[in-house]
Design a protein. Structure first.
Length: 355
């Protein structure tokens, strides 16, 4: 039987998607060839790329004037590409909200190319909350934030107002809840948390913001290159794009992002309800900032968790060990994780409490 997969990333994908992907590795589109051994320029693969882009536009209601790209290098390369494309060569300055490890890495890269103002940071409390009430300078090239902090289990429930360009790393909650794309100028997300296998990065960028940094941008790092070549400047990660397309189809079939958001809310309510009720555990993130994707929790002082660890493993649960920087447990409830898997974990937590 398939495990209840709580892995933080790469992570669970819909079972039907994996089945169809497996079949296509052997025989794609009735071609008697593998998806992995045909040209990315064949009409069969171009149709995959086109459908993936069209589904992102449809599911996220991407307005006119934005390009949807499937790139490589993960979100980590976006940490570099964003400042290359948006930070002015002369006197470049950007503002970053620091909400965790990934934000910190993005800041580090941006600092190579210009001045970075850290508008606020929650490092003082091990990134267990989302800072609020900070002000964003006006003389900046762009503002950058991270919508969901995968490691610390916090999520921005709203985004600050600013007249500057707004950039967001949505790697770990893309397509999990409704987002008004028009509120952002650039959104990026590594595929491997809610969309598909590792290897592809989704970028949604407003065309008119490009070409203004005054930098000599290496071709590969220039979004304009990839827009011009429709994500086929070089060989795209065909498997990752294909499986992402299947996952997007699956998301559409269950009712799209609005329906997904309801299911994700139900899963989060169920698990956080138990974390708060159970006398042996407590949540680490500030309640109002809790992530619906990654729930971090610890056992109270003096609780011996060895038996709990045996119990959840015996129940077929996988991947709830916390990240080393928080410890304890982290249950990642990405789109493809069914409510029944959350119930299975809650059942184990309740049985453990009664011991
Ligand atoms: C996983 C993750 C990253 C890193 O993604 P890569 O694709 O491995 O570079 C960046 N940001 C967030 C929020 C993440 O969850």
């Amino acid at each position: 039987m398939k495990k209840h997969n709580y892995s933080a990333g790469p992570c669970i994908l819909p079972q039907e998607v994996l089945k169809e992907a497996s079949a296509s590795v052997l025989n794609f589109d009735g071609l008697d060839l593998s998806l992995l051994e045909i040209s990315h320029r064949s009409k069969n693969f171009v149709a995959v790329m086109d459908e993936a882009v069209a589904l992102v536009k449809e599911l996220m209601e991407v307005p006119e004037g934005y390009s949807v790209l499937f790139l490589q290098g993960g979100a980590s390369l976006e940490f570099v590409m964003v400042p290359f494309n948006l930070m002015k060569n002369e006197g470049g300055k950007a503002a970053y909200l620091n909400t965790g490890t990934w934000s910190s890495k993005a800041i580090k890269e941006a600092k190579r190319l210009g001045e970075v103002v850290e508008v606020a940071s929650s490092k003082d409390k091990n990134f267990s909350y989302i800072p609020k009430g900070y002000s964003i300078p006006v003389d900046i090239d762009y503002f950058h934030c991270t919508s969901n902090n995968t490691i610390y289990g916090t999520q921005m429930k709203s985004f600050p107002q600013t007249d500057a360009l707004k950039v967001c790393d949505m790697s770990s909650d893309i397509l999990s809840r409704k987002v008004n794309v028009a509120d952002f100028d650039l959104i990026y997300a590594g595929a491997q948390k809610n969309m598909g296998p590792a290897g592809a990065t989704l970028v949604i960028v407003k065309d008119e913001i490009l070409g203004k940094s005054g930098r000599d941008i290496p071709a590969y790092l220039d979004y304009a290159t990839h827009i011009d070549k429709e994500s086929m400047f070089n060989t795209p990660p065909v498997f990752s794009v294909y499986v992402s397309m299947l996952t997007l189809r699956w998301l559409k079939s269950i009712g799209g992002v609005a329906e997904m958001e309801k299911i994700n809310q139900a899963k989060a309510d169920l698990l956080y309800g138990e974390i708060d009720r159970n006398s042996k555990f407590y949540g680490t993130a500030a309640k109002e900032d809790r992530s619906n994707m990654n729930a971090c929790f610890l056992a109270h002082e003096g609780v011996d968790t060895a038996q709990f660890d045996e119990m959840w493993k015996a129940a077929g649960i996988s991947g709830i060990n916390g990240h080393r920087s928080v410890g304890g447990y982290r249950a990642s409830m990405y789109n493809a994780l069914p409510l029944e898997s959350v119930q299975a974990l809650v059942d184990v937590m309740q049985a453990f409490e009664k011991l």
